[in-house]
Design a protein around this ligand. Structure first.
Ligand code: CP
Ligand code: NVA
Length: 306
């Protein structure tokens, strides 16, 4: 890993395995209420150009519980790329803080932030990807299933930032990943083809939800209109109407398939209550694991060995 975490495949396989182990160690420490303050006196600047519940809460709570302090810098505070250039913000924060976490629109801006910062930068979602989410998600899968490489993981819906980070994961560890989406909402095909060329994982694109979901062990979905696309919501509802994850669609997956969603969910749109609230749903485990997995990433970037 460079000194920043901007894409899942910034990690080597070895670093990824370490992050999975550390997530478990940190989760256990927290569950046992152990005093664990390796980040005493450290500060994290958290930049949010977009709204957030889980990302803000998990980073702020997690950093505090590791002994440090996290600062929330919302859209109206520093105006990244508007009031001040990305490069200057990177240089200013580097004089005050020990690490930066940023949720931005344009992926180029997170690359620029990392380029000009002299402290580690963590990507808390861009229009292109959401690496912290997928690290937490695959950790969640390991808590519920064995032999990850033998599972069929299916994503139903928009080929968006969540899918891109699953594809990034497929470049560092073997997974079997099927993207079930309308023809016109495929993921970035350069990235998809790169994953194919890497040859480590089996990745497929399917367009028929009932056929595509067969034999799935994991079924994942996300909103049809992401942040920044909400004005397209009505058009997208029409395009995705056959891609709702409901009990009928889930009945075509394996009977013990787990259901995953990064949240926030638009219940009744891309997924029904019956699926979100079923015994097979692990959506709140995913939310909790954001904190444990991110803490593992933060500690790694800050040179704290467990
Ligand atoms: N899953 C996720 O990143 O949630 P928030 O947008 O609420 O942070
Ligand atoms: N694809 C969603 C993910 C939210 C966590 C979005 O970008 O809005």
């Amino acid at each position: 890993m460079n000194n920043s975490f901007l894409h899942v495949n910034d990690l080597t396989k070895n670093e990824f395995d370490q992050i999975m182990n550390s997530s478990k160690i940190i989760k256990d420490k927290f569950k046992n209420n152990e005093k664990f303050h390796p980040l005493f006196n450290k500060t994290m600047a958290m930049i949010f150009a977009k709204p957030s519940a889980r990302t803000r809460i998990s980073f702020e709570t997690g950093f505090f519980r590791l002994g440090g302090h996290a600062l929330f810098l919302g859209p109206n505070d520093i105006g990244i790329g508007k009031r001040e250039s990305v490069a200057d913000i990177a240089r200013v924060l580097s004089r005050f803080n020990d690490i930066i976490m940023a949720r931005l629109f344009d992926h180029k801006h997170i690359l620029e932030l990392a380029k000009f910062a002299s402290i580690p930068v963590i990507n808390g979602l861009t229009d292109f990807n959401h690496p912290c989410q997928i690290i937490a998600d695959i950790f969640t899968v390991t808590e519920h299933k064995e032999n990850i490489e033998n599972l069929k993981i299916s994503y139903v819906g928009d080929g968006n930032n969540i899918v891109h980070s699953w594809l990034e994961l497929a470049m560092i560890t073997p997974i079997n990943f099927t993207i079930i989406c309308p023809e016109t909402f495929k993921p970035d095909m350069d990235l998809f083809n790169k994953v194919k060329d890497t040859g480590l994982s089996n990745v497929e694109i399917a367009h028929d939800p009932f056929d595509g979901i067969k034999n799935s062990d994991v079924v994942y979905t996300d909103v049809w209109a992401s942040m920044g696309q909400k004005e397209e919501a009505e058009h997208r509802k029409k395009a995705f109407k056959d891609f709702q994850v409901n009990s009928n669609l889930m009945s075509h997956a394996n009977s013990d398939a787990i259901f995953m969603h990064c949240l926030p969910a638009e219940r009744g749109v891309e997924v029904t209550d019956s699926v979100c609230d079923s015994n097979n749903s692990v959506i709140f485990d995913q939310a909790e694991n954001r904190m444990h997995a991110q803490n593992a990433i933060v500690l790694k970037l800050m040179g704290v060995n467990l």
